[in-house]
Ligand binder design. Sequence first.
Ligand code: PMP
Length: 439
Amino acid sequence: MGENIHRRSADLFGRASRVLPGGVSRNTLLRATPLLYARQGSGCQVVDVDGVERIDFANNMASLIHGHAHPAIVGAVTAQLKLGTAFTMATEAELLYAENLCGRSPNFDKVRFVNSGTEAVMTALKAARAFTGRAKIAKIEGAYHGTYDYAEASQSPTPDAWGRSDNPNSVPLAKGTPEGVLADVVIIPFNDPDTAVAILDQHRKDIAGVLLDLMPHRVGLIPASDVFVSTLRDWTRDNDALLIVDEVITFREEVGGMQARFTARPDLTAMAKIIGGGFPVGAVAGRDEVMSVFARTEHGIRLPHSGTFSANPVTMTAGRVAMELYDQTAVERLNQLGDLARRRISEAIALSGASASVTGSGSLFRIHMQATPPVDYRSAYQDRDTVKRLNRFIDGVYDGGIMMLNTAAGALSTAMGPPEIDRLAEVVEDSLRESAGHH
Ligand code: PMP
């Protein structure tokens, strides 16, 4: 694609590289240069600073369930802005939203708000430690849970470091990660209950909690099996540990989160993204007995926890309005649109003749540059050539007027309908054909 059409973005990126490391504030945006700069978004459309319009299947990393600038959210937030944005006091906005969220799942007796998914996962892990008096956590190999040190272990291990498949290494994300952190994280493979139990058994007296994303994006965006989740539930119950689910991405799948589809019930849930209605947010919800670690009792507070902007009334208002709009009817409609999207993408793959596949569920999809869909992190792992092909594919998708995540994952918004899915399928087919072409 010609440089000219990205001229203003290229200028801005040049300046940004002088004041922001790597030119960005979040590496998830980086793929090729120039980085594109947004001017404005409305519903499912985003216009960049060079005036190019695209349909947005990225939705700020799957965080905008209603797309951009939904009128009801803009109206409610504007009213709140005029009343003040943050106070050294509680607000009714926080209470109203807590009531809404707790009403969405039988697994949410109480909720505590924070400001990001990273913080939600961190807070849930610390709550599990405070509740059990143990230090170790277990997590799935390759799962992304934000930037808390413990949650980062084996976030993206490479084949030379990941070790045996029946006993994966706890691999640092960056140099200088404390040995103690790595030693306190137990890595288990996805959707392999027997291997997971064999590994967990080696640490049975030390594990505070097992952290699980029910459809981990980086592991391939494949749903967890019911037997896998139930096995982890049984193991944690039998060994006095907690089951913590990370629904930062998957909460959109059902009114009460993706966990509503499973037999097993978690003790704690970390949420973020869509529950902020477009503003920074995170939350930990769970059963009363566990959530009481945050509360003051006659014995003191087991987990002292605060945050300057936690539960600020702007986020609480935006989140509540967004979630009120995302009711059973809206969830079902969006999930059906997601089914259509994955069906149409499969057809596009077949028509293009490219070696590719699609995974996902509900309103989420991910396209893989391999004919057989992955089943876990190791089978989803992409070598250099595959990453190059993927990048060419994403370039073509952007040039075709569609935005997607750099992993070729997409998240639908309620602002979309069948016409946007038609366009998606056309662009995917064209771009697969093109990207498979050159080597
Ligand atoms: N958990 C999951 C499953 C995520 O996808 C993310 C963000 N992509 C996080 C946690 C971290 O959330 P945040 O970026 O809001 O810190």
